[in-house]
Design a protein around this ligand. Structure first.
Ligand SMILES: C=C1C[C@]23C[C@@]1(O)CC[C@H]2[C@@]12CC[C@H](O)[C@@](C)(C(=O)O1)[C@H]2[C@@H]3C(=O)O
Ligand SMILES: O=C(O)CCC(=O)C(=O)O
Ligand SMILES: [Fe+2]
Length: 355
């Protein structure tokens, strides 16, 4: 387990003793205390942490098991066969390189657009030529389950934030031309040459470098291999601390993306996270990135801008944001480039035309 050096002594002691994983909220999606309490809990987790673990959700275990079997079979193929599905353009199969600006990690991956047409095309062309219908069916089933979970969370956030139309966030991702993605990451066990290399941190290496997710909401599920870490605020150290997220294959880890931070004027925070590898088993993770259509206009929702407070972000489209993001390194704080430096546009002067 990684115990970040900048942790307070109390935290360090508790984490080392295994009695506490500070700051990772767990949310029971079956709403034992009622829907109102559930929506408040989710808003609080997304505002204070930008991240929570969802348990007792409605996603059928079968959907996850079938996708894991199909993707594990894909990654088990010989390299030249997998490379037929790459290089990522930015979708498709990739190995080690992340994006096109020099980022690398100890992983291989598959990124797919979630529209049924795009899934069908990839299934037929590259992923499973022997049985494309099966791959298509398995991916579509999982994507549909993720879309429903994302809508449930965004609906609850809409209620908890007191939006005039509580469905306005979920509507952004349900449009037929939504730009949502699914990504499957496979982190092989570190090779013998790097495992003992002190420069690689005594066996631990960077699987996926630190970053925020650009979209609205990300839903991650992984096998029982650890590695995911989130950067949590540490009031006493004045800087963040990297906290290991204990694996739980039956749960979903949900994080706020940059667009949701902008839509809520910074009330909900897009959390930085990374994957550190070094475990003795390969890690397999699947992430659904819920995104709006390319033309969607992103601007702080009026209800999230406190009276008299400035809007922190200027209006932009998801297409514009994406274009900028692909020119930047993984770790870039890209949302900062969309700060409103303009004419003192304040709450109450609502231009209200959210798409
Ligand atoms: C370096 C990059 C990879 C990335 C596109 C980018 O230019 C910056 C954001 C990266 C990221 C992080 C979250 C997702 O894994 C991802 C698919 C996304 O939408 O933004 C990746 C991009 C990628 O790997 O193509
Ligand atoms: O693979 C993981 O567990 C997380 C990867 C990630 O954060 C991403 O792909 O954006
Ligand atoms: Fe991520």
């Amino acid at each position: 387990m990684v115990v970040p050096s900048s942790m307070t002594p109390e935290w360090r002691e508790a984490v080392a003793a295994g009695v506490l994983f500070p700051g990772i909220p767990t949310v029971d999606m079956s709403a034992p205390a009622g829907r109102g309490e559930l929506s408040r809990e989710i808003v609080r987790a997304c505002a204070e942490r930008g991240f929570f673990k969802a348990v007792n959700h409605d996603v059928p275990p079968r959907a996850a098991a079938r996708l894991d079997a199909a993707t594990a079979a894909f990654f088990a193929r010989a390299a030249p066969e997998k490379q037929l599905a790459g290089p990522p353009d930015p979708l498709g199969y990739g190995s080690r390189s992340i994006g096109t600006n020099g980022d690398v990690g100890e992983l291989e991956y598959l990124i797919l657009h979630t529209s049924p047409d795009a899934v069908a095309h990839k299934a037929m062309a590259i992923v499973d030529r022997k049985d494309p219908a099966r791959f298509r069916e398995v991916v579509n089933e999982y994507v549909e389950a993720m879309r429903q979970l994302a809508c449930q969370v965004l609906g609850l956030l809409g209620e908890g934030l007191g939006l005039r139309d509580p469905a306005s966030l979920s509507k952004l991702i349900t449009a037929t031309d939504s730009d949502s993605l699914i990504r499957i990451n496979h982190y092989p066990t570190p090779s013998r040459c790097t495992a003992g290399d002190p420069k690689s941190g005594g066996g631990a290496g960077i699987g996926f470098g630190e970053h925020t997710d650009p979209q609205i909401l990300s839903i991650l599920r992984a096998n029982d291999v650890d590695g995911l870490q989130v950067l949590l605020p540490d009031a006493s150290a004045g800087e963040g601390v990297w906290v290991q997220v204990p694996p739980d294959p039956s749960a979903f880890f949900i994080n706020v993306g940059d667009l949701l931070q902008a839509l809520t004027n910074g009330r909900l925070v897009s959390i930085r996270h990374r994957v550190v590898v070094g475990a003795s088993k390969p890690r397999l993770s699947t992430i659904y990135f819920a995104a709006p259509p390319l033309h969607a206009r992103i601007t702080p929702l009026p209800e999230t801008v406190a009276a008299g407070a400035p809007r922190r972000y200027r209006p932009f489209t998801w297409a514009e944001y994406k274009k900028t993001m692909y020119t930047l390194r993984l770790s870039h704080s890209r949302l900062d480039l969309f700060h409103d430096v303009g004419d003192g546009d304040v709450a109450g002067e609502d231009d209200g035309d959210q798409e």
